[in-house]
Design a protein around this ligand. Sequence first.
Ligand code: FES
Length: 103
Amino acid sequence: MFKQLPNDQLEMVDILLNGEKIQVPLGTNVAAMTLSQGQRYTRTTSLSGSKRAPFCMMGVCYECLMVIDGIANQRSCVTYVKQGMQIETQQGVGSLPEGAHHE
Ligand code: FES
């Protein structure tokens, strides 16, 4: 569906996407990178569990939420890949940092 254009000038970094180690260009938009890896959604809803995918790609719709470096509810379309980043598909509301709670 999505594919990174070839460019041998790009610096590659190692990241984990749902536990799988992959190499991607530094600074790639996380939502675009996730789609280019063949994953068709970034989160599931908390009520029905339906799969949701990036829509606006500009930080407005919140459909692209993912767990990034252990922090849930990160907008993947306005987050950029860096070395060692750990990115996971978010299930429902995601977990909160220790000590925090859902209201
Ligand atoms: S795709 Fe709309 S906020 Fe990320």
